[in-house]
Ligand binder design. Structure first.
Ligand code: ACM
Length: 345
């Protein structure tokens, strides 16, 4: 269970050393509704977070079912809620509110400030103390570099550390974190942007990484990009979790990803040299909550596709058969009904 606990629009895990993360960062004034371009906001305050005691309960519940929980703490982007709580974490140098609009925000951690590194290590220390998982996920996706590029302190830091581009700065930062985690006996995972390639329209082609290398042992979770990116990762020795968005994002509707399309997903991408197949650890299927108004809507997107993703993960393609799968699903429909899970329209 990969648990995404922090983002721009809310910080959802209690950190005892930094209480404002949840008392300020866990609340927002309103929420955008509808879709990414919507101008409609519900005007209602929204708040919530998990206490460390609640998290321990969930970890115990999962462990009893042989499930390991991998926590994700986003850095250096998707960090507006934390910056709203502690403005000195940011690169804007003035207070912000927790965003009420979804999508990638501009505010990013000021990774050139040693206080920010200390903060992140303190947070990770509490996360490590809570979660027995060997793997800790640090996000790393969709970082907008505008604030770093505009900041004299960040530029001076890049010059002093011979970092040629903002992506190199992100990788150097990520490596520091990965070394910190390795020192605690943990292994870092991150979204595939941590490789430093251009994936987004908002990234300047000249701002991609030229020189930096990720720390060995890093797990790259692939969500965007082409086969060459996975090949690049595995040929450099990194292990990969394949979460390619257009096949595995559970927040996409059934028109985008039908049950049959979900079932057709092979975590080993077509065309990958067989000598690298063992580097694909598996896959993920992601339920992002932005446009989910209630549990029933969420369940409708999750069930039954989650059963297809489970089979994609553990069944060889030669042994897969969609008709057989659909028949076998009847067993699960009965079981989900008995559990009281509401997932139909
Ligand atoms: C992602 O969807 N930004 C990982």
């Amino acid at each position: 269970f990969h648990w995404h606990l922090t983002d721009d629009q809310g910080w959802r895990i209690e950190i005892k050393k930094y209480p404002l993360l949840t008392t300020v960062g866990g609340k927002r004034d309103s929420t955008q509704t509808g879709n990414w371009s919507s101008k409609v906001y519900d005007g209602k305050p929204h708040e919530g977070f998990y206490t460390q005691e609640q998290i321990k309960d969930i970890i115990r519940y999962a462990a009893a079912r042989h499930i390991t929980i991998i926590p994700e703490i986003e850095m250096p982007g998707h960090s507006s809620a934390a910056i709203a709580a502690y403005p000195w974490l940011g690169t804007r140098h003035e207070p912000i509110r927790v965003p009420v609009k979804f999508g990638v925000q501009y505010d990013v951690f000021n990774v050139s400030d040693p206080r920010v590194t200390t903060f992140l290590q303190d947070v990770l220390q509490e996360v490590i103390a809570l979660f027995p998982s060997k793997v800790i996920h640090i996000g790393g996706d969709e970082v907008k570099y505008d604030q770093w590029k505009a900041d004299a302190g960040v530029n001076a830091y890049m010059k002093a550390h011979h970092l040629a581009s903002p992506a190199d700065l992100q990788i150097a930062f990520t490596n520091n974190i990965s070394n910190y985690l390795a020192g605690k006996g943990r292994r870092m995972a991150g979204w595939n942007e941590i490789m430093g390639s251009k994936l987004h329209d908002f990234t300047d082609a000249k701002d991609v990484s030229a020189t930096e290398k990720l720390a060995p042992g890093t797990i790259v979770q692939f969500w965007k990009g082409e086969l060459n990116l996975i090949t690049d990762a595995v040929s450099k020795g990194y292990d990969v979790v394949n979460s390619y968005h257009s096949f595995t994002y559970l927040d996409y509707n059934y028109k985008s990803i039908s049950l049959e399309k979900a079932y057709s997903f092979d975590p080993i991408p077509a065309g990958l040299d067989p000598k690298y197949h063992h580097k694909i650890l598996g896959s993920g299927c992601q339920m992002w909550g932005e446009w989910i108004p209630d549990v029933k809507t969420m369940n409708h997107l999750v069930f039954p596709r989650i059963a297809a993703y489970a089979e994609d993960g553990w069944t060889l393609p030669a042994n897969k058969n969609f008709e057989r799968f659909e028949q076998a699903l009847q067993f699960f429909y009965t079981r989900w009904d008995a559990e009281g899970i509401q997932y139909n329209d």
